[in-house]
Design a protein around this ligand. Sequence first.
Ligand code: COA
Length: 167
Amino acid sequence: MLIRVEIPVDAAGIDNLLREAFGRDIEADLVQRLREDGLLTLGVVATDDEGGVVGYAAFTPVDVQGEDRQWVGLGPLAVHASLRRQGLGEKLVYEGLDSLNEFGYAAVVVLGSPEYYGRFGFKSAAEHNLHCRWPETEKAFQLYVLADNALEGASGLVEYPPHFNHI
Ligand SMILES: CC(C)(COP(=O)(O)OP(=O)(O)OC[C@H]1O[C@@H](n2cnc3c(N)ncnc32)[C@H](O)[C@@H]1OP(=O)(O)O)[C@@H](O)C(=O)NCCC(=O)NCCS
């Protein structure tokens, strides 16, 4: 198993994986549209011995109260059903956080299970008066700080690309 940054030849494998992992087309179509519009800050893939994509994590730019503060949103995250609960999801998330840290990004937000993302160090975004546009996501919306000063003057609405408004 190899964990690495996405390259163009991975696109079809990522597409298939997302359709399979979520059992629907929404996430795969979303990632396609984000890629077409240059809005994938980072994609991390897990590949098997044949080079097939078996895991994927996408990171996209987000604004904080209308401002670009070098924050990104994690999602979608997916691992092939036959390979779950072996730590692959964890490897994808850590590889993403490491790369983003190296590139100088300031913080990462995610909308998902606090039980799952809490193990990586994501904390409630609401505690910092940060929220996203979707209702009843106060517990699910979480934050991982990369840069020491990421939270200075940061509060309010964290806005994903409009592509996410259709999911
Ligand atoms: C979520 C997902 C990426 C995890 O991948 P994975 O490789 O199994 O992750 P890991 O091996 O690192 O961690 C597995 C652990 O996370 C837990 N877990 C998985 N999804 C969870 C969720 N939604 N809520 C809480 N815990 C969850 C598992 O129960 C397992 O716990 P254990 O280690 O105590 O047995 C994978 O289950 C998946 O692709 N699911 C379908 C797509 C999806 O829902 N993606 C997340 C939303 S964007």
